[in-house]
Design a binder for this molecule. Structure first.
Ligand SMILES: Cc1ncc(COP(=O)(O)O)c(C=O)c1O
Length: 386
């Protein structure tokens, strides 16, 4: 087989995702699709807001000149200027359109930044448990992921981060609201991180879940609080348009290496084969940048699921943001417990898939009726552990 050793190893590492998918197919055959409750997928279960579809129609009907051709690799200048105005208003920093690179979602943004920053062997700190794709986004460009444990509430442990910084550390990835834990990092934590980040290290704030916050929680502005920061933003979850692949990288105007980094990111967007972010969607998001899905929809399902699980005896705190719950499994072996759930037709991702055993990730993008109908299965599974 001609597949590279590194890709073969990465596929092996990611094989639990494939296994879950295969198990899901098998279960649906055996139990019937209506009796399988899939909590594994993080795919928005709502349609994009009407304003987004209206903006899409307007943009298509206008058929602006040069709407469909190549453009500067970083995106349409007018769109980037609109994003910069928005960022300047939010952060109080003097953003210009040149500081914004339109990307293929947050995944595109992080890959572009990693390729721009990393030499082989450079290190990127991630906070454990973490979104497992980070490992690939870093290894794609010769880097090495260094997981740093979070505290008992899955909040960053600034002392541990400081201790993990070494001569090869190029970046720290923060993700708040967090996948998989649902934690939101407070401003004082971001200020404390600002104190320990020194050139050439940068903080990448990956915020695709920014608007999905509950109970009045607010996601602080990382760009305002951390001088050496870059925002990886995406409308995938905010507008429920994950398949459209639209987001941006915003480079803090306070970065000393701002000019070369801007040029590098625009160039890398091209040479990674993205060339540029999707043209139509750049115009659409520029028209309605702040429109979001109805967050109350997720909040309602979060309450329904977490409160029911807590009543049954699960240690299942309500997440403050994102659309994931990360309860403890009633037994330390998360894989064994996920198998017990499977017997009930419930599919969950074991915490070890994110670097933290003894937990499971449940996505609340599952329909409300699915949550209701799966609850007796959760109850039977925890009883089997007693
Ligand atoms: C933490 C995190 N970062 C990045 C991404 C990638 O998002 P996008 O669709 O914008 O590329 C995801 C997608 O699930 C995610 O959960």
């Amino acid at each position: 087989m001609g597949i590279s050793t590194s890709v073969a190893e990465q596929m092996e590492h990611a094989s639990w995702i494939r296994r879950m998918f295969e198990i899901g197919l098998e279960l649906r055959k055996v139990r019937g699709p209506e009796n399988v409750f899939d909590y594994t997928l993080g795919n928005p279960d709502v349609d994009p807001p009407a304003q987004v579809i209206e903006a899409l129609r307007r943009v298509a009907a206008e058929n602006r000149p040069r709407s469909h051709g190549y453009m500067p690799n970083a995106g349409f200048p007018e769109v980037r200027a609109a994003m910069a105005r928005n960022l300047a208003q939010r952060t109080g920093l003097p953003f210009t359109g040149d500081d914004v690179i339109m990307t293929n979602g947050a995944a595109g943004a992080i890959n572009v930044l990693m390729k721009s920053l990393l030499d082989p062997g450079d290190e990127v700190l991630v906070l454990n448990p973490y979104f497992p794709e980070y490992r690939f986004y870093v290894e794609n460009h010769g880097g090495r992921v260094v997981p740093v444990e979070t505290d008992a509430s899955f909040q960053p442990d600034v002392g541990r981060i400081a201790a993990a910084i070494g001569p090869r550390t190029k970046a720290l990835i923060l993700n708040s609201p967090n996948n998989p834990t649902g934690q939101v990092y407070p401003a004082e934590t971001l200020r404390a991180i600002n104190e320990i980040v020194r050139e050439p290290m940068v903080v990448v704030s990956d915020e695709p879940y920014r608007p999905l916050v509950y109970d009045g929680t607010k996601q602080p502005e990382t760009l305002s609080l951390i001088e050496r920061s870059v925002l990886a933003w995406s409308w995938s979850k905010a507008m429920a348009i994950a398949g459209e692949r639209i987001g941006y990288l915003a480079l803090s105007p306070r970065l000393t290496e701002l000019l070369p980094l801007r040029n590098a990111c625009a160039f890398v967007n091209r040479i990674l084969g993205f060339i540029n972010a999707p043209a139509i969607w750049q115009w659409v998001v520029a028209e309605v940048p702040d429109v979001t899905v109805d967050v109350a929809h997720y909040e309602f399902k979060r309450n329904l699921l977490c409160d029911a699980l807590a009543k049954m005896g699960y240690d299942a705190p309500r997440p403050h943001g994102s659309y994931y719950a990360f309860p403890k499994t009633p037994i330390p072996d998360d894989m064994a417990f996920v198998n017990l759930l499977r017997e009930e037709g419930i599919l969950a991702v074991p915490g070890r898939g994110f670097g933290r055993e003894g937990h499971m990730r449940l996505s609340i993008t599952i329909p409300e009726a699915g949550i209701e109908r799966s609850l007796p299965g959760f109850e039977r599974a925890i009883r089997k552990c007693r």
